[in-house]
Design a protein around this ligand. Structure first.
Ligand code: AHR
Ligand code: AHR
Length: 521
C-alpha cells in the first residue's frame, strides 16, 4: 500500500469511529428500504402514449425498448462476409440494445441494418425502401456501426442515413389515413443533416410517388430552404406534408421555428383536424418547446389532409433521397397526443442519458469491457477508483503511466451485466477475479460474490448521465437516492445532502460523476 493511501485510510478510520453508532441505526433503515429497480414499470414512451389515450401504432428504435414490457428484437443486421442476418435484441425487458451481439456478429466484416422492427405488435417494420417517383431503388441500407453512442451507460448504435439511404413500409396497420389524427416523435443527431430532400420520419404515400398536397405528414430535419424554413441558418424541425416542408402556418418563412443543433434532438410533429404542431427539445435534458401549434397551412390542399399511411425513414414521400441524418428512436401514434403526454415522453427521453462515447470517456460500459473509473472533481482528475490487497477498502488515488503494474491493475475493472439487474452494471476487479465493488454500510468494499441476492443488489449500479455533465453517475440498485461517490478519497454511495458525512452537498455532483477511461491494465 502506498503512503498516501495509508494516511487517507487513517483519516477515514477516525471518521468512521465517530459515526459508528449512527451507522447501526442507518443499517436498520437501509435493510428495510428494500430493492428498487432503475426503471419503474410503465414509464417508457409507448407506455406513456397509451396512458394518454393515444397509443403507439409504430415504435422503432435501435437503442432501446420503447415499452416497459418489450423483450423482443429491436433490429436486424446483415454481414457482408456471408450475407447472413442476426436480430439484435434487448439486454432485458424494457431495456437497452444488446450491442455486444452486433459487435461479435459483425467482427472482422461489415454490417448493414436490414430491418428496424416495430415494437407495437402491428408489424410495421421498416425495411429497405423501394424506388419511387423521384429516384430509383432499392435505396441503400445504413452501415450498422456508423452511429455509435451510449444510452444509460450501454453502447448502442443509431441508424446513420447517408444520402441514398432509405427505409419504408407501404403495407402498414393502424397508421393514420385521410384526415385522421396522429402524433410522432423521433430522436435525431442534431449535428448530422444536410440540405437535400428529405430526411423524414413518418407518414407518406403507399405508392412511393408524389400524389399531391397533404398526402404526407412526417417529421423533417435538415436545412433545405426550398419550401419552408425558420429563424437562423438551420437546421430546422419541420413537417413534410408533401410538396412542402412547413415551419408554421405560412409557406416559406415562419419566425418561430428556431434553428436547433442539440447533439441529441427530440423532434415532434402531430396532426389532426385543422390543427397541427411542431415541438422540439434537447434529448439530454430539459423540456420541449412548441415551435408551432395551430391551424393547417394557409395553402390549398392541406385541409383536410389525405394521409396514406405508409412509413418512411430518411427519404421523401416520392423516394427523394438526397438527404442525410441519424435516427435513434421514434414512434407514431393513433390520435392527437396531448402536450402533457409529449412532455412526459420527453422526461423519459432525457432521463435515459443519451451520450456520445467521447463525452463519457473513451471506455465502454458494455459488459465484458475493461475500464478504469476516473474522478472528475477538480482536486482529483488524476485519481481512479482502486482497491489494494491490504484490506477490502475502495479509494481513489492517482494513477499514471509510471505507476506500478499492481497499482494499475488495482485501478482496473471488468464491466459485468448488473448482478441484480442486467440493465445496470457491476464491476469485477481485474486482478481479483470473482470480487466485485459492493457497498456495505454505504461504504464501497471489494468482496467476493457470495451469490446472495443482498450481495447482488449491493454490487449493482445503474449508469446515468454524469451529474456534472461529464461521464456517468452510478445509482445504487437498492438505494435509488444514492450514487457512487468519493469523499475524502474514500468511495461510498451517497445521497445529495443526506445524514452521513459523505452525503455532503458540497461537490456532490462532481464527486458522483465518473469518466469511463481506458483500462490502466
Ligand atoms: O414535401 C417535400 C417533398 O416533396 C416530399 O418529401 C417529396 O415527396 C416531394 O418531392
Ligand atoms: O450499504 C448499505 C447496506 O449495508 C447494504 O445494502 C447491506 O449489505 C449492509 O447492511
Amino acid at each position: 500500500m502506498s503512503a498516501p493511501i495509508t494516511a487517507r485510510l487513517l483519516k477515514r478510520l477516525r471518521r468512521c469511529a465517530l459515526s459508528a453508532a449512527a451507522a447501526v441505526v442507518l443499517i436498520a433503515g437501509a435493510v428495510a428500504g428494500g430493492a428498487q429497480t432503475a426503471q419503474a414499470a410503465g414509464t417508457l414512451p409507448c407506455d406513456l402514449y397509451a396512458s394518454g389515450g393515444t397509443a403507439c401504432v409504430a415504435a422503432h428504435s435501435t437503442t432501446r425498448a420503447l415499452y416497459s414490457s418489450y423483450n423482443g428484437a429491436l433490429y436486424q443486421v446483415r454481414r457482408s462476409s456471408d450475407n447472413t442476418t442476426r436480430d439484435i435484441g434487448v439486454l432485458s425487458a424494457g431495456g437497452y440494445a444488446n450491442a455486444a451481439t452486433q459487435d461479435s456478429f459483425c467482427s472482422g466484416t461489415t454490417c448493414v441494418i436490414t430491418v428496424i422492427y416495430d415494437q407495437s405488435g402491428r408489424g410495421n417494420n421498416l425495411t429497405q425502401a423501394p424506388g419511387g417517383g423521384a429516384a430509383g431503388g432499392p435505396d441503400n441500407l445504413a452501415n450498422a456501426t456508423a452511429a455509435p453512442i451510449t444510452v444509460n451507460g450501454h453502447k448502442a448504435y443509431g441508424v446513420y442515413v447517408a444520402a441514398g439511404t432509405g427505409y419504408r413500409n407501404d403495407h402498414t396497420s393502424g397508421i393514420a389515413t385521410g384526415d385522421q389524427s396522429e402524433g410522432m416523435y423521433a430522436i435525431f443527431d442534431g449535428t448530422h443533416y444536410n440540405g437535400g430532400c428529405c430526411f423524414d420520419y413518418g407518414n407518406a404515400e403507399t405508392s412511393n410517388n408524389d400524389t399531391g398536397n397533404g398526402h404526407m405528414e412526417a417529421i423533417y430535419f435538415g436545412n433545405i430552404k426550398v419550401w419552408g424554413y425558420g429563424a437562423g441558418n438551420g437546421p430546422w424541425v419541420m413537417a413534410d406534408l408533401e410538396n412542402g416542408l412547413f415551419s408554421g402556418v405560412n409557406a416559406g418563412y415562419n419566425a418561430n421555428d428556431p434553428s436547433v443543433n442539440y447533439r441529441f434532438l427530440t423532434a415532434m410533429v402531430k396532426g389532426g383536424q385543422n390543427q397541427w404542431a411542431i415541438r422540439g427539445g434537447n434529448a439530454q435534458s430539459g423540456g420541449l418547446s412548441t415551435f408551432y401549434s395551430g391551424a393547417r397551412p394557409n395553402v390549398s390542399g392541406y385541409n383536410p389532409m389525405h394521409k396514406e399511411g405508409a412509413i418512411i425513414l430518411g427519404i421523401g414521400g416520392d423516394n427523394s433521397k438526397g438527404s442525410a441524418g441519424t435516427f435513434y428512436e421514434g414512434v407514431m401514434t393513433s390520435g392527437y397526443p396531448s402536450d402533457a403526454t409529449e412532455n412526459a415522453v420527453q422526461a423519459n427521453i432525457s432521463s435515459v442519458g443519451y451520450t456520445t462515447s467521447s463525452s463519457s470517456g473513451s471506455g465502454s460500459l458494455t459488459p465484458g469491457s475493461r475500464i478504469s473509473l476516473q474522478a472528475t472533481t477538480a482536486c482529483c482528475t488524476g485519481d481512479y477508483i482502486r482497491h489494494d490487497d491490504a484490506d477490502t477498502n475502495v479509494v481513489i488515488s492517482g494513477i499514471s503511466s509510471s505507476s506500478s503494474a499492481t497499482d494499475k491493475a488495482d485501478a482496473t475493472w471488468i464491466v459485468r451485466a448488473g448482478l441484480s439487474n442486467s440493465s445496470c452494471v457491476s464491476f469485477e476487479s481485474a486482478n481479483d477475479s470473482g470480487q466485485y465493488l459492493r457497498h456495505y454500510n454505504y461504504q464501497l468494499h471489494l468482496n467476493a460474490n457470495d451469490s446472495t441476492s443482498q450481495f447482488a443488489q449491493d454490487a449493482t449500479f445503474c449508469p446515468q448521465a454524469g451529474h456534472n455533465g461529464q461521464g456517468y453517475s452510478f445509482q445504487s440498485a437498492n438505494y435509488s437516492t444514492k450514487y457512487l461517490r468519493h469523499y475524502s478519497y474514500t468511495v461510498y454511495i451517497a445521497s445529495d445532502g443526506g445524514s452521513n458525512t459523505w452525503d455532503s452537498a458540497t461537490s456532490w455532483s462532481d464527486d458522483t460523476s465518473w469518466v469511463i477511461a481506458q483500462p490502466w491494465s
